[in-house]
Design a protein around this ligand. Sequence first.
Ligand SMILES: Cc1cc2nc3c(=O)[nH]c(=O)nc-3n(C[C@H](O)[C@H](O)[C@H](O)COP(=O)(O)OP(=O)(O)OC[C@H]3O[C@@H](n4cnc5c(N)ncnc54)[C@H](O)[C@@H]3O)c2cc1C
Length: 402
Amino acid sequence: MNEFVETLLSLTWHEPRSSYDVVIIGGGGHGLATAYYLATRHGITNVAVVEADYIGSGNSGRNTTIIRSNYGIPESIRFYRHSQVLYDRLEDETGCWIMHATKGLIWLAHTESAMRAERARCQLNNAMGVETVLVDPVEIKRLCPQIDLSGGGRYPVLGASYHVPASTARHDRVVWAYAQGAMERGVHVLQQTTVTGLLRDGDRVVGVRTNRGDIAAGTVMSAVGGDVTTIASYAGVRLPVRTHPLQAFVTNGYSQGFGPIVSDTELLCYISQTARGQMLIGHEYDREQSYSRQSSFQFLQANAVKMSYLLPFVRNLRILRQWTGRCDVSADFSPIMGFTGVDGFVITTGWGTWGFKAIPAGGEQMAELIATGRTPEMIAPFALDRFAADHSMADQGSTGTR
Ligand SMILES: Cc1cc2nc3c(=O)[nH]c(=O)nc-3n(C[C@H](O)[C@H](O)[C@H](O)COP(=O)(O)OP(=O)(O)OC[C@H]3O[C@@H](n4cnc5c(N)ncnc54)[C@H](O)[C@@H]3O)c2cc1C
């Protein structure tokens, strides 16, 4: 974090102690939120968050900031809805401005089968108390006047589901809000500290090996988006997880207001406008598995073309920046949270292309699991042992998961 940011926040950096009650590997949103809720909800403050680089340097500072709960299975809808509620309160609770803004999300359909899927989504969302409504092309044009309903003559828009409470928040501010809240209560956040192994006592994990020395811990949690297979291998845990790069880019400012988030699961791309007026565009993850954060021209080319079919004004914009994150994607596209079968070692992973919205609920629930030693009911369906029990939580509920 740079000096300018640090002057706006109340952060106290510490030298590592030799032992903590809880060591969390990964200073992204999930690791820091877990530390924050351990401190605020359970009074557990003898906690270290160990971050290889700077906090928010992983996916939590690279995402496209969309927060929504219009998923396709009840367990996910309930979990992500709860996260939306925690996001709604986060500014009041932490006193940090995270630039949270409700925008609504239009999820476009170009075919009859996509319309059927969106109809089903609306019914299930509403049954679970989540406001998602089916809208026709006239309503879509009212919500987003810039759209070309003919899809450039190639992809006519038949309708959409409109998820009313969808929002965005400034991603690094979310990271800083949780970091500040945790540090104010005594949590140590150790930047530039890389975990290179786990300490074992028989079958139990009892700490972490780092480039700054060993640190003992009562519980070790892995929250290393994009690197979980490495950390889990130190504990001898094999995960049904693949790692894929996910790219995004922003354009220069677009002077007209662009209200909603627009997402297209058939063209596999989505767009929203940032607070600075730039257009922020994302796509599905790269097909090839890789730990690379290399951005590609092919990605820019494919997305720019597709977006210009839907929103012709983007042709007149310039691309300012592109970047890439690494996403851990589970076999059923749902997260994996909880115990691993190895004593003293818990994980939160499988956050793929959709884990920013889950930071508050994921952190809160993992804190409860660590504090009580029991799996909270809300995240029980997302336990690792579901794969051995052949109980899939299959839900490709994101534009980035095809
Ligand atoms: C381009 C892009 C767009 C996205 N868009 C959205 C979106 O719109 N909405 C949404 O909900 N989600 C989105 N996501 C997904 C979301 O960003 C992630 O799921 C989420 O940020 C994961 O958070 P995390 O805390 O688990 O991991 P991260 O934020 O990746 O944090 C993990 C941290 O662990 C650290 N680490 C790794 N190895 C070690 C080690 N050995 N020792 C110590 N530290 C280590 C890393 O340096 C990193 O800082 C997007 C992701 C990308 C890449």
